[in-house]
Design a protein around this ligand. Sequence first.
Ligand code: UT7
Length: 332
Amino acid sequence: MNKIRASITSVGGYVPDFVLSNEVLETMVDTSDEWITSRTGIKERRILKGEGRGTSDMMIQAANEALRKRGISGSDIDLVIACTVTPDMMVASTAAKVAQLIGANQAASFDLQAACTGFIYGLVTASQFVETGKYSKVLLVGGDKMSSILDYTDRTTCVIFGDGAGAVILEPNTSGEGLQDSILKSDGIGRQYLHIKSGGSMYPSTQRSIDQREHFVHQDGQPVFKFAVTNMAQVSEDILKRNNLSGDDVDWLVPHQANKRIIDATANRMGLNESKVMVNIQRYGNTTNATLPLCLWDYEKQLKKGDKLVFAAFGGGFTWGSAYLIWAYDPN
Ligand code: UT7
């Protein structure tokens, strides 16, 4: 019997309506459209507005679109994996809420946290359940309401991130398409450069920690940039070598959208020209766990059955990784 692989059979996405442009940010912090565009490639990002609305609200929209396009309902889903660094609440599982509200009442569910590499870790984890035959329909969602953890007085972080969610459905495939290979990496040395200091078990929130703004994301951009450029490019090159691929064989690079300069460096290292690189950072900024599925969402109509895709990401922790996947369906 042919090997069972996990293939993506549908894609959904959601970004909030509210657009926060570089021009508006210029009125909030000491920055400029010129600086943001030249250093990151970002022109605008989306922000989820509304009291009591969280990451799950965006995930549910993305998930429902993926279900609708596949022609199935929530009750057909066996497992929901929600990749996020901004769960609706601590302790209560966001994945359980998504599963409940899409009608996946029989499904197992859990949250997965691997920072900006979460979607690749999620793709690999979901695939294990499919490849072993344990589950036949897995919903993988990646989403973040980054605006909930940003300090809009800190120009070094607030210009970079945005809100959004994306979802894919994974199903068994015995025709050769689906996930072929992956490389997952981590190095805890990175936590000093990108973290939220308070609100976890080391430093529970106190009035002092809030006054010190320690409940917001802190990033030392330059060291993160150096690690990201080196490691994202390395795992992308490694996965090509391991699978005897050259840049010419790859149809699409699906890179984490943290910085256009990091994306370009990765593509260069793989020998890819820019027409093969998915880029939407200019419209959404860095949506953390949503960047990769939102790329698929935006480019889905250009993907053809048999296309070879390489995913690559780098994020807090540090975590990073790459995945090689063969696309399983034609645009309709
Ligand atoms: O997705 C998770 C992983 N994260 C990443 O991969 C992010 C990696 N890092 C980066 O993308 C870049 O480091 C940033 C975009 C965050 C920053 O770009 P940079 O070219 O590394 O800038 P920098 O931090 O070296 O700062 C250069 C200058 C500084 O001023 P001085 O000290 O040279 O006078 C900053 O204060 O730019 C200043 N600066 C800004 N100026 C205008 C920092 N942020 C801003 C800003 N507007 N928003």
